[in-house]
Design a protein. Structure first.
Ligand code: FE2
Length: 208
């Protein structure tokens, strides 16, 4: 996308509302931003994440970033703010208190790469301890079937369509409930994985 297309895309956004953003390639990669919702409401994640902690995370961190990105774009464009917005959308979309299960394909690719979900889960926790600084833990499908664990420092990148599960490991995501106990936070997050969404993401990763 050249600069003119970039600006036209942004002008479309301003003229028609943020839904158009879904169809715009912002020049950050080849993938459309098809996982980005215009806005969504605060998800209920209690008791695994307290309402107070989630409200602070959502209202005091996410909403200002959302307003900045959606209101100012493209006149003021900050790639990290944009990535932060997108990554938080990805994170919350992937969490739910409603019970769900991985489909056969997701079970199969996890088993192929890790032997079992519990081994993947333990590896995610080990990865947390290797991380210094803030960012995102990501479970993603590499070459459509191989499941790998990755880390995005800060908001240097946005989630790609092969990202199946994202975990916000900025302190603002867990400190109020768990202080520095990241492991306890991960133990809570695993109860919240929205496998219906993960199943859809795995399917999309197959197609890219
Ligand atoms: Fe966050």
């Amino acid at each position: 996308m050249n600069r003119r297309e970039f600006i036209v895309c942004g002008a479309t956004l301003v003229a028609t509302g943020c839904i158009e953003l879904k169809a715009c390639n912002l020049g950050l990669g080849k993938e459309p931003n098809d996982l980005m919702p215009p806005f969504f409401s605060l998800p209920d994640l209690s008791p695994h994440i307290s309402l107070q902690a989630n409200q602070i995370h959502y209202n005091e961190h996410f909403v200002p970033v959302s307003n900045y990105v959606l209101n100012e774009y493209p006149l003021v464009y900050d790639v990290r703010q944009y990535n932060s917005y997108f990554n938080h959308c990805h994170y919350w979309q992937g969490l739910s208190i409603e019970p769900s299960i991985p489909n056969n394909f997701v079970k199969e690719i996890i088993k192929e790469s890790w032997g079992s979900f519990s081994r993947l889960y333990n590896a995610v926790k080990e990865k947390c301890f290797e991380v210094t600084g803030s960012g995102w833990l990501v479970v993603k499908a590499f070459d459509s079937r191989e499941i790998v664990i990755d880390f995005i420092g800060n908001d240097d990148e946005k989630m790609r369509s092969n990202c199946l599960i994202s975990i916000d490991i900025w302190e603002h995501a867990y400190y109020l409930d768990f202080r520095y106990d990241v492991e306890a936070y991960i133990d809570s997050i695993v109860n919240l994985i929205n496998w219906e969404v993960v199943n859809q993401r795995a399917m999309a990763a197959q197609l890219t």
